[in-house]
Design a protein around this ligand. Structure first.
Ligand SMILES: NC(=O)c1ccc[n+]([C@@H]2O[C@H](COP(=O)([O-])OP(=O)(O)OC[C@H]3O[C@@H](n4cnc5c(N)ncnc54)[C@H](O)[C@@H]3O)[C@@H](O)[C@H]2O)c1
Length: 365
């Protein structure tokens, strides 16, 4: 499939302006590995307090944003500049970080602070997990996607030339500070990316978050993620529901060589999941249309790229981690809410893909 970026028709939803207000707290309950996520304008200023509670003696600040955007942690610290982006999410960067930690004398009595997009929180998180077999890490995520998803839940990973996220570890952060004022400089494309994840929360238990201020949307999305992670830290059951819309989304990312961004793929995948659930008799036509409407209301595209090849997408979806054996498996809405549905017949998937609207084409009912 040629590499073409589907164009969202409307602009990403612009949330009401952030006003200074109370920072909300979401607790991730994991026994002795429990931690809090603080969300709101100014949340980054809690850094010295969180570092003091941890009792860390010094801090390594791994930042992809300008160093002055990270508050003084209140203990002796070193700043390690890094770059966001999949290209830098590698074992070579992890090695480099661990060598910098060693040079500064970072041990398990200290703390790593990561500041940047999801690529940086993933990479610094893995370096913290591996250095001295585990140094506490505090994330300061700076993209909407990293705030609603990547920085919370303890999955860390880097890429290999063979594929994304192939080497990683579970390493829960000691705290996450989602300062929504970081988002003020975010380009429209990155808002779209994050809203793909927020839109899918509508169908997995977060309720209707349309029209709320962004810090409320992030908080509600994280409350949902925290409850799911608390019940299934290692992704063996319920955590699958967080992959709502992701099976087709990942296939679209791969088929287009990542020209379709993650959040856009998830948005299209969410519309598809609604149509597939309808085709399988799991939901009503009205509920399926709600999928398309929610995605539209977040300013996201719900149509397949004009040149998407259903056969290629089905081949890619068969490789999905959720699929057992050769079957096709999807997280789908239904009478009991979203759940993993294995063994979905290929002819039904094909029919639904064929019936999806196409970018630039006429809208299909
Ligand atoms: N660990 C998990 O559970 C999990 C979950 C979801 C996604 N992820 C990972 O997250 C990564 C994607 O994260 P991402 O979307 O944040 O991408 P990213 O880290 O590449 O950042 C996207 C872009 O935003 C820019 N940016 C970051 N903060 C900014 C700011 N405040 N203002 C202006 N520009 C800013 C970056 O420079 C970059 O160009 C992927 O590698 C994915 O695998 C991990």
């Amino acid at each position: 499939m040629p590499q073409s970026q589907p164009q969202p028709e409307p602009r990403p939803q612009q949330s009401p302006a952030e006003r200074p207000g109370p920072v909300s707290r979401v607790d991730v309950q994991l026994g002795e590995r429990s931690y809090s996520v603080h969300v709101g304008p100014g949340a980054r200023n809690l850094l010295p307090e969180v570092v003091a509670v941890l009792g860390a003696r010094r801090a390594a600040i791994v930042t992809a944003r300008p160093p002055e955007t990270v508050p003084d942690p209140g203990v002796p610290s070193t700043v390690i500049p890094v770059r966001d982006g999949e290209r830098h999410k590698t074992l070579a960067t992890v090695e480099d970080l661990c060598r910098r930690f060693t040079a500064f004398g970072i041990t398990r009595h200290d703390v790593v602070v990561s500041c940047g997009g999801g690529t940086t929180t993933d990479t610094a998180g893995l370096a913290a997990a591996l250095h001295h077999r585990g140094v506490p890490v505090i994330h300061l995520p700076t993209t909407l996607l990293a705030q609603v998803d990547a920085s919370v839940g303890g999955k860390t990973a880097v890429n290999l030339p063979e594929g994304k996220n192939l080497v990683g570890a579970y390493w829960q952060p000691a705290a996450v500070l989602c300062d929504t004022t970081y988002l003020e400089t975010l380009p429209a494309e990155e808002w779209t990316n994050g809203y793909g994840e927020i839109a899918r929360c509508h169908f997995i238990g977060a309720g209707d978050l349309r029209g709320l201020a962004v810090h409320e949307q992030v908080t509600a999305s994280l409350r949902l993620k925290a409850s799911v992670v608390s019940a299934d830290e290692r992704d063996t059951g319920r955590r699958h529901i967080l992959n709502y819309g992701h099976t087709l989304g990942h296939a679209l990312e791969t088929a287009t060589g990542f020209a379709v961004r993650h959040g856009v793929g998830v948005a299209i995948g969410t519309v598809f999941a609604g149509r597939l659930a309808l085709a399988l008799g799991r939901i009503t036509a009205g509920r399926a249309e709600e999928h398309a409407q929610v995605v539209r209301d977040y300013g996201l595209p719900g149509a397949l790229p004009a040149d998407a090849d259903p056969a290629v997408l089905i081949t890619l979806m068969r490789r999905d981690k959720k699929a057992a054996g050769d079957g096709l498996a999807f997280v789908l809405d239904g009478p009991h809410g979203a759940e993993l549905v294995p063994g979905v017949p290929e002819d039904v998937v094909r029919r639904v893909l064929d019936g999806m609207p196409r970018q630039g084409g006429p809208a299909k009912p």
